[in-house]
Design a protein around this ligand. Structure first.
Ligand code: GLP
Length: 247
């Protein structure tokens, strides 16, 4: 991400939230500080927001972004976009959000996490692969997974969210899916190697022209072709240079 910003100071960055991203944003801030990368011109669009949760509510994804990224990189808040979960007309908010992505020239780099039911953004099972930003009912499983932010009570998690669509995500010029932990191993294998199906919306990324998947050993443990992936990634100059720094 830092390299992409160096190459294009007004990069349009698609941002994700969730526990996985906390570590990613920590690392980005460290690299940006160490290398003096200026995020002042970067424009961001977040994937999603809970309906009914105001931007200044500490459970909102706007608040999450402030805490983990925007305040730490000194970003111009006018350049940051998170869907407004308390917009009086949510359908109009969704249409306006799509329009503002288009007006920014589209998303250059979309960061993604993976829900444990395989969702990307809040595109729950059966979200159409051509879906756009819209209000989406949350699956019971997702409300359980995300209950921690709501006092541990799944019933306290909003029943709907406003999310970029799968179609919106697929239009990003580049995408990075980051998945960590043993508990995501099975769903990562289904996402990367399984049949493309709207039941696991992350499988739509198999149709993306330039999507990188970054997984730790635990999350990658159920991939059937790991040896091939390890070898293949070393044939890509950008990734090889990075992996050499780890060896
Ligand atoms: C939420 C977000 C997703 C994110 C997912 C994974 O549901 N809407 O965009 O990918 O959480 O979260 P975690 O990283 O906490 O597992």
């Amino acid at each position: 991400m830092a390299d992409r910003v160096k190459a294009k100071p007004d990069l349009v960055l698609g941002c994700a939230t969730g526990r996985t991203m906390e570590g990613i944003y920590d690392a980005l801030v460290t690299v940006a500080d160490a290398e003096g990368v200026d995020f002042g011109g970067v424009r961001t669009f977040n994937l999603d927001e809970y309906v009914g949760i105001a931007p200044d509510d500490e459970r909102s994804y706007r608040h999450y972004m402030e805490r983990y990224l925007f305040s730490r990189l000194g970003m111009d808040r006018a350049n940051t976009h998170v869907p407004n979960g308390v917009a009086p007309d949510l359908a109009a908010e969704a249409v306006a959000y799509e329009a503002s992505i288009r007006a920014a020239g589209g998303i250059d780099l979309q960061l993604l996490g993976l829900g444990s039911n395989g969702h990307i953004g809040f595109n729950e099972p059966l979200s159409g692969f051509r879906s756009r930003t819209r209000v989406q009912p949350l699956a019971p499983h997702t409300r359980e997974q995300n209950a921690a932010m709501f006092g541990g009570d799944p019933d306290a998690v909003p029943t709907t969210a406003i999310t970029m669509g799968v179609g919106t995500i697929l239009e990003a010029r580049e995408a990075v899916l980051v998945v960590t932990g043993e508990h995501k191993a099975e769903i990562l294998a289904r996402t990367v190697e399984g049949p493309i199906s709207a039941l696991v919306t992350g499988t739509a990324l198999q149709l993306h022209a330039r999507c990188h998947v970054i997984a730790d050993e635990a999350a990658a443990s159920q991939l059937s072709l790991s040896d091939y992936y390890r070898d293949a990634v070393r044939h890509q100059p950008e990734w090889r240079a990075y992996l050499d720094t780890l060896d």
